[in-house]
Write a protein that binds this ligand. Structure first.
Ligand code: ZN
Ligand code: MN
Length: 255
């Protein structure tokens, strides 16, 4: 069967591809508001598509995406007060990452790549990887290599300059803004309605957080920066950078 998706394959095919040394990608997402103009699944669609494009180039497999993310924060995802957003605790999220890695190890996978699409997943993903290494035993891990990637880190500076000639607003503020909107327009235009895009950003955050009710600086739309200038063409530039970046990392780390 001609697919990169792990769970779309029967077990003998998965067993054969692992035996042949296929790197296995674990996309990490979230179900989270992304403004009035986009679906809740942006952080699922983007890392899944990026992992699939890279996997097709390097003979890899893509696991089912973790579709729930660590708690959305006001300054990076709008926060938990938005209708629609579903959060996992960091503890739960890290245990999912730990268990999937341990299961892959048990299935003789030794090349694992997490591809993250949700800012708040960073710390609990690191924790999940560390917990897996604790569970496997660092001295027993042998040739196991786990790579952790946040897809936005793969965008080349030249591309950012092309997209933001007057300077980038910063990647945390890019929630539901030009980068994510453009990539969604390239991948899933059916899930984007630019006529509902907001004009209430960019957010001006205070240098502290408040709980349980977040500070009032989150734009009502849930878009933290601006969507003006989003396009499918820019989305393709970004996706091409992400794909090329992963291919390069795989060549460097796995030979
Ligand atoms: Zn997002
Ligand atoms: Mn997010």
């Amino acid at each position: 069967m001609n697919t990169v998706f792990y769970a779309d394959l029967p077990w003998p095919e998965v067993e054969a591809r692992i035996a042949a040394g296929a790197p296995v990608f674990l996309p990490l997402g979230a179900t989270e508001q992304h403004g009035r103009h986009m679906a809740l699944n942006v952080d699922v669609v983007l890392p899944t598509a990026i992992a699939a494009r890279a996997a097709a180039k390097v003979g890899g497999l893509v696991l089912p995406t973790v579709a729930y993310g660590n708690r959305s924060q006001p300054k990076t995802g709008g926060g938990p007060q938005f209708p629609g957003t579903l959060n996992l605790s960091a503890h739960t999220f890290s245990l999912i990452v730990r268990d999937v890695i341990c299961e892959l190890y048990r299935q003789n996978v030794r090349k694992i790549v997490t591809v993250n699409g949700h800012y708040e997943n960073i710390a609990p993903t690191i924790e999940g990887i560390e917990l897996a290494l604790d569970a496997i035993g660092r001295d027993r891990a042998g040739n196991l290599i786990i790579l952790r990637i946040d897809h936005w880190d793969l965008v080349r500076p030249e591309t950012l300059t092309r997209i933001f000639p007057d300077g980038s607003p910063g990647i945390e503020l890019e929630h539901a803004s030009v980068i994510e909107t453009s990539m969604m327009m390239a991948l899933r235009p059916d899930l984007v309605d630019l006529s509902k895009a907001s004009h209430d950003g960019p957010a001006q955050f205070l240098p502290y957080d408040r709980y349980p009710k977040p500070c009032d600086e989150v734009p009502a739309s849930g878009v933290l920066s601006l969507t003006e200038g989003s396009s499918a063409e820019k989305g393709e530039w970004l996706l091409a950078d992400c794909e090329a970046g992963i291919v390069e990392i795989i060549a460097r780390e796995f030979g």
